[in-house]
Ligand binder design. Structure first.
Ligand SMILES: O=c1nc[nH]c2c1ncn2[C@H]1C[C@H](O)[C@@H](COP(=O)(O)OP(=O)(O)OP(=O)(O)O)O1
Ligand SMILES: [Mg+2]
Length: 220
């Protein structure tokens, strides 16, 4: 599959934060992005049950569902936060950490509560200037591009950071205000979309996927 300027790529998500990041990345290729709330018939696709055990399984479920419903190639992301002090949780359960229908605020509150209850902390030399550093962690993203002929391409990316109990920034979405980047001295939510794409789990996965598609260096 080739992505050419003027093409529209369907993204199998209802998360506007993800859409904004994909849109910014694909803009550099002249490729338009439409999510499930935007493309013709997208709203009619029922909520997709993400019951896979891995990010890749869930991304494939989302991409396949949308590609088969539309007859067009579809890109999906499944992602989450893996926190060391919680044994890798919430991982694939990140979106529903505080229960089905949980908001980002609910999930962030629960994360801080659980880490405080566990007495988690990070030594200053690792915390990299974070205040209230609670645990090392990584964001993970798996992207799957499902083509209507059944062919799939997938790519994964991860970014390391520190979960803090002191939210910062108003950008991004999800757990971004709690995710401190020692190398940048800022929280993920303090980055612009393009700064985030340049380092994030999703940005790295997308760069790999574009390389697999033969668009070297694009979108970063
Ligand atoms: O860059 C990120 N910055 C902050 N938080 C993030 C990020 N990337 C994933 N996350 C969190 C949000 C959500 O709690 C879960 C993703 O869950 P996930 O099912 O993949 O996405 P979603 O339900 O929001 O949208 P959709 O499934 O329609 O693509 O991990
Ligand atoms: Mg989801």
């Amino acid at each position: 599959m080739r992505l050419a300027p003027g093409d529209t790529l369907l993204v199998a998500t209802r998360n506007k934060g993800k859409t904004a990041e994909f849109r910014a990345a694909f803009e550099t290729l002249g490729v338009k992005v439409a999510d499930l709330t935007e493309f013709e018939g997208g709203r009619d696709i029922p909520d997709i049950v993400e019951d896979g055990d891995t990010f890749e399984a869930n991304a494939k479920i989302k991409a396949r569902t949308v590609a088969l419903a539309t007859g067009l190639p579809a890109l999906a992301d499944d992602s989450g936060l893996c926190v060391d002090a919680l044994g890798g949780d919430p991982g694939v359960f990140s979106a529903r950490y505080a229960g089905e229908g949980a908001t980002d605020a609910d999930n962030n509150e629960k994360l801080i509560r659980e880490l405080r209850a566990a007495g988690a902390s990070v030594p200053e030399e690792i915390a990299g200037g974070a205040s209230q550093a609670l645990s090392t962690a990584r964001f993970v993203s798996c992207l799957v591009l499902f083509k209507p002929d059944g062919d799939t391409l997938s790519a994964e990316g991860a970014v390391e950071g520190i979960v803090t109990g002191a939210p910062r920034g108003a950008g991004g979405f999800g757990y971004d205000p709690l995710f401190w980047l020692p190398s940048h001295g800022r929280a993920m939510a303090e980055l612009s979309v393009s700064e985030k794409n340049a380092i994030s789990h999703r940005g790295q996965a997308l760069a790999k996927l574009l390389r697999l598609l033969g668009a070297p260096g694009a979108a970063r």
